[in-house]
Write a protein that binds this ligand. Structure first.
Ligand SMILES: [Zn+2]
Length: 57
């Protein structure tokens, strides 16, 4: 069974890099690490389906 996912795009609060992560539609939150500085962030959906809000965690 294939789980449908959407792309969450978020901006690192530490270095400003834009990151992308695939998040299943069943989830309304996610965590990811910045590919550039490796800072861990908590992600929640933003004003659009693509742009998510990131908070350092
Ligand atoms: Zn970063």
């Amino acid at each position: 069974m294939t789980v449908t996912a959407r792309t969450a795009e978020w901006e690192c609060t530490r270095c400003g890099s834009t990151n992308r992560k695939l998040v299943p539609y069943t989830l309304d939150e996610a965590t990811d690490r910045c590919v550039t500085c490796r800072a861990r962030h908590a992600l929640v959906p933003g004003e659009t389906t693509v742009r998510w809000l990131a908070r350092a965690s």
